[in-house]
Design a protein around this ligand. Structure first.
Ligand SMILES: *Cc1c(COP(=O)(O)O)cnc(C)c1O
Length: 386
């Protein structure tokens, strides 16, 4: 059985990346490695729209989140966390683990917080130093207005830290033109490489906070990582193979072009949503992210049967809900290395498995709607509805 991952992490890995990982190992204290590492860093910075150093850490995305917390704050500091899902809540959990007082703005899972809600939290907690946000909340499929929230925070001198783990490679974060101060991302999502690398990029206001922050840190010392990077180095042994994979992936994204990468994600998301709507199913997220499409499990449908059926019969692996959403939603991932043919396979398997496991759907409707969604983009410009 040919198997394809349609999960919002880990995601499909292109052949070029697998090839880069299969070469004999090279040593990291060599000019060859340093050149590859600096090139990868530069390509990531270009993608992010920044001149600031993008730091590479050997960990999954959550390690990079923890690195951001321990480098910016001291025990007893106040912070604001805006959350509406499992990953937003992770900022709160990390803060609490380190004795940072986290004031939370919580919205129901699937909803997004508004800029006004973030603003009133900023007004209510004038002592807060940092605003922690999640751009694309992967547990619910919702997209938060982080750029606008960051503008409100900067107006009050508060530093904004964004979990962009499933928005890097999907959305233009335009870091240097924005009010974002820190972004964090990981390897196994839009970067299309296996899990194991975390990344963090800090702007000048964030580096100012680093100077006064006193939380304990050793492995996650970002000032040290920045100094090492200037020489093409890392303070500790890097995950060499994954860095070479990251280079191959960033070269692919560069070749395709930033705007084209973002536009492809938009097309794939549009087609997937059109397919889901054609099945008569509502989207779960109030504002759906182009990373994944979350769909409420319809009444009478055996959700684990659908997940297993898609995998065993079609080789298509999607995700179910996590924590309180277990058994309640399906999550169809389209972040990373996917094209039109992949999406037709995804929605075709989804509708067939739904039909097989109690769904009252008309087989073929989803594939037809997805095809129409792509075709409407190929129509002559005058006929396009925008
Ligand atoms: C995947 C993910 C994380 C966690 O990353 P790990 O790599 O599992 O540590 C955090 N935030 C978001 C939004 C994610 O999608």
């Amino acid at each position: 059985m040919k198997r394809v991952l349609f999960t919002p992490g880990p995601t499909e890995v292109p052949a070029e990346v697998l090839q880069a990982m299969s070469k004999p190992l090279i040593h990291h204290r060599t000019d060859e490695y340093r050149q590859y590492f600096l090139e990868t860093t530069r390509l990531m910075q270009e993608h992010l729209g920044t001149q600031e150093p993008a730091l590479t850490l050997s960990c999954s995305g959550s390690g990079a989140m923890e690195a951001a917390v321990v480098n910016l704050l001291s025990a007893g500091d106040e912070a604001i966390v805006v959350e509406g899902g499992k990953f937003g809540d992770r900022w709160r959990a990390i803060c609490q683990a380190y004795g940072v007082r986290a004031h939370t703005v919580s919205v129901e899972w699937g909803r997004v917080a508004t800029v006004e809600e973030a603003e009133s939290a900023l007004a209510a907690h004038p002592g807060a130093k940092v605003l922690f946000l999640t751009h694309s909340e992967t547990s619910t499929g919702a997209l938060f207005p982080v750029h606008d929230m960051a503008r409100a925070a900067r107006a009050r001198g508060v530093v904004t830290v964004v979990d962009a783990i499933t928005s890097f490679g999907v959305y233009d974060l335009h870091f240097d033109r924005s009010d974002l101060d820190v972004v964090v991302w990981g390897s196994q999502k839009g970067m299309m490489i296996p899990p194991g690398l975390g990344f963090v990029c800090l702007g000048p206001r964030a580096w100012e906070l680093v100077k006064e922050a006193k939380l304990p840190r050793f492995y996650w010392n970002l000032a040290q990582a920045r100094t090492s990077l200037e020489a093409g180095d890392t303070p500790f042994t890097p995950a060499i193979t994954l860095v070479l994979a990251a280079r191959a992936a960033m070269l692919l994204l560069q070749k395709e072009g930033r705007e084209q990468v973002f536009a492809r994600h938009q097309r794939n998301a549009d087609a997937t949503r059109a397919a889901v709507r054609a099945l008569g199913l509502p989207l779960f997220a109030e504002v759906p992210s182009n990373t994944l499409t979350a769909v409420a499990v319809p009444p009478g449908v055996d959700s684990s049967g659908v997940l297993k059926g898609m995998e065993s019969q079609y080789g298509v692996k999607i995700a179910g809900g996590q924590d309180r959403l277990k058994g309640k939603i399906f999550r169809l991932g389209h972040i990373g290395y996917y094209d039109e043919g992949d999406i037709l396979r995804l929605v075709g398997a989804f509708e067939a498995a739904l039909h097989d496991h109690g769904g009252r759907v008309e087989p073929g409707a989803a594939v037809r709607a997805a095809q129409q969604s792509y075709r409407s983009l190929q129509a002559p410009a005058a006929a396009r509805v925008r």
